[in-house]
Design a protein around this ligand. Structure first.
Ligand SMILES: NC(=O)c1ccc[n+]([C@@H]2O[C@H](COP(=O)([O-])OP(=O)(O)OC[C@H]3O[C@@H](n4cnc5c(N)ncnc54)[C@H](O)[C@@H]3O)[C@@H](O)[C@H]2O)c1
Length: 480
């Protein structure tokens, strides 16, 4: 029987609590958290309670937890992008195996430092490139490796960020400002660049990129729009970004439920949207309806980050509205101190001659990735809609004209996040720690670094209007 690994968590926010924490609760035979570092007391206490962590093993910051030395097998590091480098290097030096959230760091220098520390360490460093671990991308990878497509000539890949996710994370939220977080092509697309590198199996040779912040700017604000939506916006009825419609009426969640095409979910969506008084009554009689009536999961959860006690557990409409009067999530999307792009294209030529292009934009009706791979023998098309769980991969053979469905799911709402990739990655990481075996590039520091180099090179190209030669770009990293 395999042993249960012990772990510490640095950063009990969204990812720490709902991905790594949830995995341990679901699979206690595999993973057990024995300590946590988190400055926000409600989060720290909640995590400690869920995982039965004694008070003396609860710390306010990563520095404090490391004063204890090495006390577990794994350190999960899920702090914000700007706080990855120091805790990761410290954890590796102390002898921890580390699973670090992507992106490795928000600067090129930070990424290189982490890669160097991992290279010099005996221990395993994993980066949460969860999409490699989905059934969807594993199926595509296998189709390429099995030669079904012949020689891959070109990949066209799209990261279609939904309009509500764009507004929530990249206009109002934590990743809206380059200086405070990172370029969007790194924050959102290091996954996608990693997938291109992984699927093509060759290093990028040349990269160019275009893109800008076109829509979410003050000059596009409607006449009379206030700073905060709840202050009385003249276009609140027609603005899809009107904060109460996202966080109180949960219109994005209702749309996701409808998109699944499942009758039961469509019924619940209709109940939430059109019969709120009845749902309120129902939730008093049948508590399971509270979840739908008083929604507290994404995208609502970040609103409550660090709130005082009186509001921390109250998800009523009134309290949400009160929070929206001062929260960054209540701001007008045209006045949000944001400067990251809202659309960007990246063109890549790889060393083996394959070309690829990535389109990232924040105006999709539905959250998901779509791609097309053209090879000398066949064409593959894929759709990967993460929020409603619909996935499809088809391959058309050029010789026979035959279309084969390689993978198809109508809806899989019950899996872990990112199309099941979140938990499958943790599982793979745990196995590589137990077996001390390198797993599909998770732990090869230079492999992990490549997608991040691609993102920084794309950003440099976008800003300088130049094609980036990747050999010269890689050479730059020697100075760190
Ligand atoms: N793998 C993926 O697909 C994926 C998806 C979403 C986010 N992410 C990444 O995961 C990371 C965390 O994102 P999140 O949404 O969970 O953010 P979050 O803000 O919800 O969580 C970060 C937590 O770190 C805590 N923290 C701050 N300073 C700390 C310190 N000194 N010591 C310990 N903890 C500290 C914060 O209080 C917060 O609770 C980010 O790097 C993000 O880019 C990855």
């Amino acid at each position: 029987m395999k042993k249960t690994l012990e772990a510490i968590l640095i950063g009990a926010g969204n990812r720490g609590m709902t991905v790594y924490g949830k995995f341990a609760l679901n699979c206690p035979e595999k993973l057990n958290f024995i300590a946590v570092a988190e400055p926000i007391s409600q989060r720290r206490e909640k995590f400690a309670k869920l995982h039965s962590i004694p008070e003396e093993r609860c710390f306010k910051s990563w520095e404090d937890i490391f004063l204890e030395g090495k006390i577990a097998d794994i350190a999960f590091i899920s702090t914000q992008d700007q706080l990855h480098v120091e805790p990761t290097i410290k954890a590796l030096n102390l002898g921890y195996n580390v699973l670090l959230e992507k992106p490795m760091a928000h600067t090129l220098e930070g990424c290189v430092k982490i890669a160097q520390a991992a290279k010099n360490s005996e221990n395993i460093l994993g980066i949460s490139h969860v999409l490699r671990y989905t059934n969807f991308f594993s199926t595509i990878y296998k189709a390429i490796k099995d030669g079904i497509l012949g020689d891959v000539i070109n990949i066209t890949h799209r990261e279609n960020v939904s309009y509500y996710h764009m507004a929530h994370s990249y206009v109002r939220g934590n990743w809206n400002n380059v200086a405070e977080s990172s370029p969007m092509i790194l924050a959102k697309c290091c996954h996608d660049l990693d997938l291109l590198y992984y699927m093509i199996g060759s290093k990028p040779k040349k990269i160019s990129s275009f893109g800008s912040l076109k829509h979410f700017k003050e000059e596009n604000a409607p006449n009379g729009a206030p700073e905060y939506c709840v202050e009385g916006c003249p276009i609140q009825e027609e603005c899809v970004y009107y904060a109460p419609s996202i966080y109180i009426d949960i219109n994005p969640i209702i749309q996701i439920m409808k998109n699944t095409g499942k009758r039961g979910l469509k019924f619940l969506a209709n109940l939430r949207k059109n019969h709120i008084s009845f749902l309120t009554l129902l939730s008093k009689i049948i508590p399971t309806f509270n979840r739908l009536r008083y929604w507290k999961e994404w995208p609502v959860e970040p609103l409550y980050s660090g709130r005082p006690e009186e509001t921390s557990e109250d998800y009523s409409d009134n309290v949400k509205r009160r929070i929206l009067t001062t929260s960054r999530y209540g701001k007008c999307v045209y006045k949000s101190n944001n400067d990251v792009v809202d659309h960007q294209l990246v063109m890549i030529e790889f060393e083996n001659g394959t070309t690829a292009n990535l389109t990232m934009h924040g105006f999709s009706e539905r959250e998901g990735r779509t791609l097309r791979i053209d090879g000398t023998k066949a064409t593959l098309r894929g759709e990967f809609y993460v929020h409603d769980g619909c996935e499809k991969i088809s391959v058309i053979n050029h010789l026979t004209g035959e279309k084969k469905i390689l993978h198809s799911h109508e809806m899989q709402m019950d899996r872990s996040g990112h199309g099941g990739g979140d938990f499958q990655l943790i599982d793979a990481f745990i196995n590589s720690v137990i077996e001390r075996k390198k797993d599909r590039g998770l732990i090869n520091a230079l492999e992990i670094l490549e997608s991040h180099l691609m993102a920084f090179a794309a950003e440099e190209s976008r800003l300088s209007n130049k094609v980036i030669d990747m050999d010269s770009f890689r050479n730059k990293t020697h100075r760190f």
